[in-house]
Ligand binder design. Structure first.
Ligand code: CTP
Length: 411
C-alpha cells in the first residue's frame, strides 16, 4: 500500500485561513457557535459582516471569539490599517457564508457590491461555501432558486437548509443546516485538500516528437491537458508531484517538479529515473509508438515528383518496461481507442500489469485530444468497470485520484 498510517492523523484545519461571512438573518447567533468550533479546531478565522448583520449580533462578539478584527464597514475613515486585514481575507483558503440570506445570494449571483460582505465576495478568488437560511416562501421563490443555480454553476458549494420550524412560525425548508453538518463539510473540504499528503506521484503528459530530419518530426494531437490536470489536482491535494512532459503549450502547476522531454526514449529514461522515488505512476502521455529507423542528419530536400519512404521501428513501451521494474508502485495507464473500448483496454491492463486503466473513445466528437472535456471508463485490476459521464478533465483528474486513494485503502 502507498499510504503510510503515520500520515493519516493530521489536523487538516490547523492554521487554515477561513473567512466567515455573516449576513443578516435570525440564524446569525448560530454563526457565533460555528466560529467557536472553527477556532477550536485551529482555524484562523476572519469575520466579515453584511450591512445589517450587526442588528442581530455585534461585531465585538465575533472579534472577541476570533481574535481578529471584524470587517463590517465599507467606509471607515480612521483605519487605513484595516486594508491589510482585508487583503488577508481576500487570500483566505475558504470563504464560508453562514447564514446566507436571500438578499446576499442575489448580490453574489449578480455581482452587486454595496457592503463589506458583498465587496469581499467579489474580490475573493478562492473556494466559497454557502449555508442559506430564510423562510420557506423565500427559499422556494424562483428568483432565489435561479440565483442559487447561477452560483452553483460557478462552483459555489451549497450546504442546503433543513426542514423544520422557522423563526417566522411556519414549517418547511429554510432552516440553517445543522452546525455539525456545516462543520463537517468545512472539515472534509480541507481533508480533501490535503488527502494526498505524503504520496509521491509521477505523471507523464503530452505527445512525443520523433525526429525524422532536422526540421521534421512524427507526433500526435495530444495537448497534454489531461496529464497537466492530473498533476495540478494532485499537487493541490497535497501530493508531491513530478510531471514529465513532452512538448505542449501548457504551464506546469506551481510547486510541482517538472522535466521536459521530446522523444519516447527520453521519456522512458526519465520515467525510469524517477519511478523508484515515487508511489504512483500515472502514464497519461500519448507516447509515440514508432520512431524513424534512421535519423537523417541533413534536411531532406523535395525533388519534383519524388516521394520519401520512411522506415519506422517501434519505440520501447514504457509501461511494459515499468511492469518489469516496479516495486510497490501503483501504476495507471491510459487507452485511447476507436473501437471495442472495454475489450481493448482490458487487454492493455492485463498485458502491462496495470492497477488501473483509463479508457476513452477518441472517435466520439467533442472529447479526448485537445478538448477540455472527456468521457472515460475506468477499469481496475479486478476488472471492475466504472463508466463516468462526460465532464471536464479537471473533474476526471479528481475522480481518478479519488479512486487511486480508495484502491489503496482510502484516507
Ligand atoms: N505507452 C507507453 N509507452 C509507449 C506507448 C504507450 O508507456 N511506447 C503508454 C501510454 O502512456 C498509455 C498506454 O501505454 O498509458 C497506452 O497504451 P498503448 O498500447 O500504447 O495504446 P495505443 O498506442 O493505443 O496502442 P495500440 O496501438 O496497441 O492500441
Amino acid at each position: 500500500t502507498i499510504i503510510k498510517t503515520s500520515k493519516i492523523n493530521f489536523n487538516f484545519m490547523k492554521n487554515k485561513k477561513i473567512v466567515l461571512a455573516v449576513s443578516a438573518g435570525i440564524a446569525v447567533y448560530k454563526a457565533v457557535e460555528l466560529l467557536r468550533m472553527l477556532v477550536k479546531e485551529g482555524g484562523d478565522v476572519r469575520v466579515v459582516m453584511s450591512a445589517n448583520a450587526g442588528q442581530f449580533v455585534t461585531p465585538l462578539t465575533f472579534e472577541s471569539l476570533s481574535g481578529n478584527p471584524v470587517y463590517h464597514q465599507l467606509f471607515n475613515s480612521e483605519k487605513s490599517a484595516d486594508m491589510e486585514h482585508i487583503r488577508v481575507a481576500e487570500n483566505a483558503d475558504l470563504m464560508l457564508v453562514v447564514p446566507a440570506t436571500a438578499s446576499i445570494l442575489g448580490k453574489m449571483a449578480n455581482g452587486l457590491a454595496d457592503d463589506a460582505l458583498s465587496n469581499l465576495y467579489l474580490a475573493f478568488k478562492g473556494p466559497v461555501m454557502v449555508a442559506p437560511a430564510m423562510n420557506e416562501g423565500m427559499w422556494s421563490n424562483l428568483a432565489v432558486q435561479k440565483n442559487i443555480e447561477q452560483l452553483k454553476s460557478r462552483g459555489v458549494q451549497f450546504i442546503d437548509p433543513e426542514e423544520g420550524e422557522l423563526a417566522c412560525g411556519t414549517i418547511g425548508p429554510g432552516r440553517l443546516a445543522n452546525l455539525d453538518m456545516i462543520f463537517s463539510r468545512v472539515k472534509s473540504h480541507f481533508v480533501k485538500l490535503q488527502d494526498l499528503r505524503g504520496i509521491k506521484i509521477l505523471v507523464t503528459a503530452g505527445p512525443t516528437h520523433e525526429p525524422l530530419d532536422p526540421v521534421r518530426y512524427l507526433s500526435n494531437p495530444s495537448s497534454g491537458k489531461m496529464g497537466y490536470s492530473i498533476a495540478g489536482q494532485a499537487q493541490a491535494r497535497g501530493a508531491e508531484v513530478i510531471l514529465i512532459s513532452g512538448p505542449t503549450h501548457l504551464k506546469p502547476p506551481a510547486g510541482a517538479g517538472f522535466k521536459s522531454c521530446k522523444t519516447a526514449e527520453e521519456m522512458n529514461q526519465l520515467v525510469k529515473e524517477f519511478l523508484p522515488k515515487c508511489d504512483v505512476l500515472i502514464m497519461s502521455a500519448a507516447v509515440g509508438d514508432f520512431t524513424a529507423e534512421k535519423l537523417e542528419k541533413e534536411k531532406i530536400k523535395k525533388q519534383r515528383g519524388a516521394g520519401w519512404t520512411l522506415n519506422l521501428v517501434p519505440t520501447k513501451d514504457i509501461l511494459m518496461e515499468v511492469s518489469r521494474i516496479k516495486t510497490h508502485q501503483f501504476v495507471v495507464g491510459f487507452a485511447a481507442e476507436t473501437q471495442n473500448l472495454v475489450q481493448s483496454a482490458l487487454e492493455k491492463l492485463r498485458k502491462k500489469k496495470l492497477d488501473l486503466i483509463v479508457a476513452n473513445d477518441i472517435s466520439a466528437p467533442g472529447i479526448g485530444f485537445q478538448s477540455d472535456n472527456n468521457q472515460v471508463t475506468l477499469i481496475n485490476a479486478d476488472e471492475k468497470i466504472e463508466n463516468l459521464p462526460r465532464m471536464s478533465k479537471k473533474e476526471i483528474a479528481d475522480i481518478l485520484l479519488d479512486r487511486i486513494l480508495l484502491l489503496n485503502g482510502g484516507r
